[in-house]
Design a protein around this ligand. Structure first.
Ligand SMILES: Cc1cc2nc3c(=O)[nH]c(=O)nc-3n(C[C@H](O)[C@H](O)[C@H](O)COP(=O)(O)OP(=O)(O)OC[C@H]3O[C@@H](n4cnc5c(N)ncnc54)[C@H](O)[C@@H]3O)c2cc1C
Length: 502
């Protein structure tokens, strides 16, 4: 091996190990338990946040900005939840990082929500208005107040304009955001994080929520008292529980989510309503690892790969506008015969040229390091691929319009493909990725009980909630909902505590 080749391998190895470290939740967090004992008195009149993903950390940050002490309870040994794995970015519009004026975020979100918009229309529109109207300030909060780099913007599937923000460097956006918020929270004496503790029950006095019961590693049952913000995530990783209950047809699908039980039942036990529980997002592209093709836990093939110009080929042919909604792209794949039933999976080739590779280099170098993608020539792809890629390159060059109505080709630069042209390829299959449904809440992040009445002392934010995305979440809108509704929950809970203190 040449010296340059060797050095490249070493540096890729280091990068890969670093990224693998991020992706496996190994965020530095010691010491975690009872860190600020001197504040314990204050915690009794503070707030409780359940879950340390982006929704939980956003809520906690906001509470602390109002000088409210926070006890954050997290079931995993390390904080960050699924949020820390987020790889494509967070939506915001209009922001100073966008090149094109953007007034279409609301309409894109409504369009993506699809048929679900026909029921509870004003309720859903209210939530979507809050989400999209607060998106600029959510991105600005992260960038200007917290110091997260979100200067690169890409166009993901279902968006009519590029609006998904990530950093210019190699650190994935989920990790950048979570590590920055966590670091700043840990600097506050008002923040108390308890990991390896699972909330098992919501406590009430009459209909008012007054705290939670939880169990930590030592098996002791404990109670925390105060108003509660639930930010405990979705149920995509609850394959045998809530997922099997609400979507038995998805049994056998691989997933990107950490395996853990959904927490919605803890809230229905205190009267919370559920909405859209059968709306589960099947992401069109999870990598089939050639080393372990039947693994049920898959790595996400980030949306940015298609966003930067990549195409999807099934038996050498494109079959869908790759930037169509996730639902439509996934449906186009699952309407064909699966390659395997256990797990239930398909074999689609995700192909990028050098131009798209360079734009998504940090992702692709990592995938190559992990053995999930390869650098090959077009001759190595399935028969018919050259013709397909030629046709695509002509559409990119404006020689004709794309026959699948794709209009944005981002950084694809291969204008004259031949059998020898270099491309980057990985095999992908649809995966369970996100649960749109959850507890019903409103634009104040209040959890709604019977007759749409807010349950006193209880708020929710992030993937545990339902109603915002209807039948299909736009890529980048989940991190956004965590920040928007997490911060609202923090503000509302702080107001509630202040009112009680008067
Ligand atoms: C691989 C991957 C990539 C993604 N990329 C993107 C992206 O680029 N952009 C985007 O917008 N979205 C993305 N998503 C979706 C997004 O990351 C999640 O929907 C979002 O982060 C959920 O955040 P959350 O705070 O609601 O929940 P989570 O981040 O999942 O956090 C919930 C936390 O609650 C804890 N918890 C659960 N139950 C209990 C309990 N009983 N007691 C105590 N703690 C509990 C969990 O352990 C977890 O830490 C991605 C998801 C995955 C899996």
């Amino acid at each position: 091996m040449s010296r340059i080749g060797f050095l490249t391998l070493i540096s890729l190895g280091i990068f890969g190990l670093f990224t693998a470290y991020l992706y496996t939740n190994r965020i530095s967090d010691a010491p975690m338990t009872s860190e600020h004992n001197t504040e314990d008195m204050a915690f009794r009149s503070g707030a409780i946040v359940v879950g340390s993903g982006l929704a939980g950390l956003s809520a906690a940050s906001q509470l602390i900005s109002h000088r409210i002490p926070v006890r954050l309870i997290e079931r995993a040994a390390k904080p960050g939840g699924n949020s820390i794995k987020a790889s494509s970015g967070i939506n915001g519009a209009p922001t100073r990082f966008q090149q094109i004026p953007d007034d279409a975020f609301f309409s894109d979100t409504v369009k993506s929500a699809g048929k679900a918009m026909a029921s509870s229309t004003p309720y859903r529109e209210n939530l979507i208005n809050t989400l999209t109207n607060s998106s600029k300030s959510a991105v600005e909060w992260l960038v200007d107040e917290k110091g997260v780099d979100l200067s690169r913007v890409a166009q993901l599937g279902g968006h009519s304009i590029p609006r998904t923000h990530r950093g210019a460097g190699q650190t994935p956006p989920g990790f950048s955001i979570i590590s920055t918020l966590l670091k700043s929270l840990k600097e506050s004496p008002l923040f108390h994080l308890q990991t390896s503790c699972t909330v098992t029950k919501v406590l009430q006095a009459g209909s008012r929520v007054t705290g939670v019961q939880y169990i930590c590693e030592n098996g002791a049952e404990e109670e925390a008292h105060g108003p509660v913000i639930f930010a405990s995530g979705g149920f995509g990783g609850d394959a045998e529980g809530l997922l099997a209950k609400y979507r038995p047809d998805l049994a056998g699908y691989p997933s990107t989510n950490d395996p853990r039980p959904g927490t919605q039942p803890l809230l229905t036990a205190v009267g919370a309503q559920l909405i859209d529980m059968e709306q589960v997002q099947v992401h069109p592209t999870g990598f089939v690892d050639p080393k372990d093709p039947t693994s049920a836990l898959k790595f996400l093939a980030a949306e940015v790969l298609r966003g930067e110009g990549g195409v999807l080929l099934l038996n050498g042919k494109r079959f869908i506008n790759e930037l169509d909604t996730r639902e439509n792209v996934a449906n186009a794949i699952t309407s064909t015969q699966p390659k395997s039933d256990s797990p239930k999976q398909w074999e689609v080739q995700l192909v990028l040229d050098e131009g798209a590779y360079n734009a998504a280099k940090s992702h692709i170098d990592f995938y190559i390091f992990k053995g999930l993608m390869k650098k090959v020539t077009i001759a190595d792809l399935a028969p018919g691929s050259l013709e397909t890629i030629k046709q695509y390159a002509e559409a990119v060059a404006g020689k004709h319009s794309d026959y699948l109505q794709r209009t944005s080709f981002a950084n694809w630069s291969l204008t004259d493909p031949t059998e020898e042209s270099v491309v980057y390829v990985g095999t992908v299959t649809p995966i369970v990725h996100y649960t749109m449904g959850g507890v019903k809440f409103n634009e104040k992040s209040e959890v709604l009980g019977e007759e749409e009445k807010a349950i006193e002392g209880l708020w929710a934010a992030g993937e545990i909630t339902g109603g915002v995305h209807g039948g299909n979440r736009l890529g980048g809108s989940s991190l956004l909902e965590c920040v928007v509704f997490g911060r609202i929950a923090g503000d509302q809970c702080a107001q509630y505590i202040s009112a009680q203190e008067k």
